[in-house]
Design a protein around this ligand. Structure first.
Ligand SMILES: Cc1cc2nc3c(=O)[nH]c(=O)nc-3n(C[C@H](O)[C@H](O)[C@H](O)COP(=O)(O)OP(=O)(O)OC[C@H]3O[C@@H](n4cnc5c(N)ncnc54)[C@H](O)[C@@H]3O)c2cc1C
Length: 346
């Protein structure tokens, strides 16, 4: 199998395919000069999405699948910062609350509890309680808080690296960067051509190239940024509009989101970077989630995610498979979809 692209989609496919006995070759253009979406310092594994509170059976299954991969890689000695800490989703008003109630699945499908902001419930079993600070520290003004104990956070960059290392350990060949012949320019059912003119052949070709690999005019490219934080108080992910999350080491965290106007290509989206107006938007959303005066900003990261590309496990007209256009759910759905593609290929 040839896998083009070594972000979370390609790396998860490579690891699971190599584990299942496939002979795997990964070709990646390399990251020089841009930051790919999968290097996001922290992503949430949160199946209740956006400000509409929608979820799906696939998102819930994806969350469990990615947790299982994280546990498996950690047991193999890989160092991946992640936390099955639960996620808190504050809701601004009664109207949103009613909408979310209508969208939420039964508790048997997804554990959930509604809490009052600033008043953590003490009657729940200890294992189910959120860290009291996260709830008690939430600034005033929220109507309710949805607590999702099975959700949490992970380091996107570390998980992607660990999957690729795991694939290599199981025999996958990985070529990355122009210098090492990783940039693919043509796709066929059983081969790809590099920009150097060299061909690689295999039974199956899967395109996992994300935003930077999209053809001109294909899909929607949206830049997002993460501010790296240091200070007290980020103990548990909080998300509404933007997300606030621990980063790994005690006292570190992030505040982020994908919020720039959609663009029609990767370069245009990336050029936006983090404009001052976006920084101010992000800080305003962050201030609604925590007291930002306790935190210092120590850095910034910007990446671009791709959506608007059909997510299908069927090959295209040329016989090439695609695992692209994961939008804001790359870590939630990418590994599960990769496994489903493998199951389908047999
Ligand atoms: C700020 C931000 C926050 C996010 N938060 C979350 C979150 O909380 N939860 C979540 O699940 N998701 C989140 N996402 C989305 C997630 O990061 C993406 O969905 C995911 O990383 C996309 O992965 P990918 O493998 O499809 O693409 P990418 O990570 O873009 O990887 C594509 C790879 O393809 C390679 N490539 C491109 N063209 C070629 C070529 N011609 N030849 C060879 N290789 C090529 C590139 O070098 C790259 O390595 C967030 C994204 C951003 C930007």
């Amino acid at each position: 199998m040839i896998i083009v692209g070594a972000g979370i989609a390609g790396a998860a496919l490579a690891y699971q395919a190599a584990r299942a006995g496939w002979q795997v070759t990964v070709l990646d253009a390399g990251g020089a000069g841009y930051e790919r979406a999968s290097d996001v310092p922290v992503a949430l594994l949160n199946p209740v999405r956006g400000q509409g509170g929608r979820t799906s059976a696939q998102s819930i299954a994806g969350m469990h699948h990615t947790w299982a991969l994280l546990d498996e890689l950690s047991a193999q000695g890989q160092t991946i910062p992640y936390g099955k800490t639960g996620v808190l989703r504050p809701i601004p008003d009664q109207k949103t609350y009613a909408k979310w109630l209508a969208h939420l699945p039964a508790p048997a499908e997804l554990s959930q509890r509604w809490l009052d902001a600033g008043q953590p419930e003490s009657e729940q079993p200890a294992s189910e309680q959120p860290a009291p600070q996260a709830l008690a520290d939430l600034p005033r003004g929220w109507y309710k808080v949805l607590y999702l104990p099975q959700a949490g956070w992970l380091s996107g960059a570390a998980l992607t690296r660990a999957l690729l290392a795991g694939a290599k350990a199981r025999g996958a060949a990985v070529y990355s960067g122009v210098m090492y012949g990783g940039v693919v320019s043509q796709y066929h059912a059983h081969s790809v051509r590099l920009i150097t003119g060299e061909d690689y052949r295999a039974d199956v070709v899967v395109n996992c190239t994300g935003s930077s690999g999209a053809r001109r005019g294909e899909g929607t490219h949206r830049a997002g940024s993460v501010l790296l934080l240091h200070g007290a108080g980020v103990t548990q992910p909080l998300s509404f509009g933007a997300y606030l999350s621990p980063l790994g080491l005690a006292g570190t965290g992030v505040l982020g989101g994908t919020f720039e106007a959609p663009q029609d290509n990767h370069a245009a989206a990336l050029r936006l970077g983090l404009p001052l107006a976006s920084l101010s938007w992000l800080l305003q959303k962050g201030a609604a989630l925590t007291d930002l005066s306790r935190l210092s900003i120590t850095g910034q990261w910007t990446g671009v995610r791709l959506s608007g590309v059909p997510l299908s496990l069927q090959p295209d007209g040329a016989g090439v498979y695609h695992l692209r256009g994961l939008g804001s759910k790359g870590f939630l759905l990418g590994p599960l979809l990769a496994q489903q593609l493998l199951d389908q290929l047999g």
